[in-house]
Each structure stands twice: as structure tokens, then as C-alpha cells.
Design a protein. Structure first.
Length: 232
């Protein structure tokens, strides 16, 4: 390659340089909003105000719009013509697809328990204990957050940053569906003992039984969500 060709290549990159800061900031903004979805603060159907969010996060409207675009691609937001941007309400087809993905990812990750380090194992135990404490305090939204932590901890057994990121997106979309279920205590209370059962099987190194319990969990949860969504 000649020097001239190299200079031409660099000049084309220079044209993109001005967009890098905005793009990276948009990714960070998208990450903040995704985290709020995972924690249960942003609920389905809510309209997102560019002005209010821009002022709260101290970012430009263009940056915010790029963050919206990223989250729309992740199926967390939807743009409605002439109305604005709204937090998406998942449907039955979304639930079926989400659980198909989760069965493959989380069951595969669970099989890595024998090789996982103690820190990753402890994250599973602690998420269960944290959920049980939230239930004792009557904080059922907190139980929902603990449930998300539990499944993220299962995925983390695989030791793959790419899988961790993918499951974070899947669980954020699923958390939106959880809001549609109504009373959080009525929804979450049956899943706490299931989480405890899976964690106890793992602690006894009964990985096959833990995987079977996780699959049963997915079957029950998927049917629960689908039934309620079809009745609405």
C-alpha cells in the first residue's frame, strides 16, 4: 500500500471521528436505561420524553435518539409515528422466543458449574438469599430484581462476556413482561423455592438435577406468562 493510499484511508476514518464520542455516549445512555428496565423502574407502555431524559442525563437530543435506536433494536422500545417513543409491551410470541433462547443459554451455562470459580458459584447462592430476604420484608419488586440476578449469575457460570451481554438484553425484555402480570407477590412467590431448589442441587454438585429443575422452572414460567397475556 502506498503512502497516498494510507493517507486516504486515514482521512476516511477522520470523517467518522466526530461520531465516535456521540456513539459511545449513546451506548452508555442505552446501558443506563436498560439497567433501569432490569431493576423494574421503567415499566411497559410508558412514553419516554426526549426533553426530560436529556435534562436528567445531561445528553444531547441526538445522543438520546441514538440510544433509543439501540434499545428499539433490542425490542425494549418502540417508536410510534407522530406519537413518540414508548417502552415496549412484549407479546406471546416474544415470550415463546425468549424462553427458547433462555433454555439453550442458561442450561448450557449451568453445566459449567463444576469448572466455575467460587466467586461465580457464590453469586448464585447470594442472589437466592437476597431474594428470600426481600420476600421476608415484603419487597416483592425486590424479589423480582433478585430473580433477574439469579439468572444472570447462572449465565455467568459460562465465563463469557458475550453471553452475559446477550442475557442482560433478554432479561430486560422479559422484565417488561413481568410487569404485565399484576401483583408482584402473586407472580414471584412460587419461583423463590424453585430458585432455592436449583441452587441446592448445584451445591450438592447434582448438575443434571439442577438442569432438570431449571427446565421445569422455564416450562412453568413460560406457561404462566403466556396464559396471562392471552387473557388480556
Amino acid at each position: 500500500m502506498t503512502t497516498v493510499e494510507a493517507d486516504d484511508w486515514l482521512r476516511t476514518l477522520a470523517k467518522d471521528g466526530a461520531e465516535i464520542d456521540r456513539a459511545s455516549t449513546a451506548e452508555r445512555v442505552a446501558g443506563v436505561l436498560r439497567s433501569r428496565v432490569l431493576d423494574g423502574y421503567i415499566k411497559p407502555g410508558r412514553q419516554l420524553s426526549e426533553k426530560a431524559l436529556g435534562e436528567a442525563l445531561k445528553v444531547s437530543r441526538n445522543t438520546l435518539r441514538e440510544a433509543f435506536r439501540l434499545l428499539t433494536h433490542e425490542r425494549l422500545l418502540v417508536h410510534e409515528y407522530s406519537r413518540g417513543v414508548f417502552v415496549r409491551v412484549p407479546g406471546v410470541a416474544d415470550i415463546t422466543d425468549l424462553y427458547a433462547a433462555r433454555r439453550i443459554i442458561e442450561c448450557g451455562a449451568l453445566r459449567r458449574w463444576p469448572e466455575a470459580g467460587e466467586a461465580r458459584r457464590e453469586a448464585i447462592r447470594e442472589s437466592v438469599r437476597w431474594g428470600e430476604r426481600r420476600a421476608e420484608e415484603g419487597d416483592w419488586d425486590g424479589v423480582g430484581t433478585a430473580n433477574i440476578r439469579f439468572h444472570r449469575a447462572i449465565t455467568a457460570l459460562a465465563g463469557s462476556a458475550r453471553l452475559d451481554e446477550e442475557v442482560e438484553r433478554l432479561l430486560a425484555e422479559l422484565r417488561l413482561a413481568f410487569h404485565v402480570m399484576g401483583d408482584p407477590e402473586e407472580f414471584y412467590r412460587d419461583y423463590l423455592p424453585m430458585n432455592r431448589e436449583i441452587a441446592d442441587f448445584l451445591d450438592r454438585d447434582e448438575t443434571d438435577r439442577a438442569e432438570g429443575a431449571l427446565l421445569r422452572y422455564f416450562d412453568v414460567a413460560e406457561q404462566h406468562l403466556v396464559t396471562v397475556l392471552r387473557e388480556q
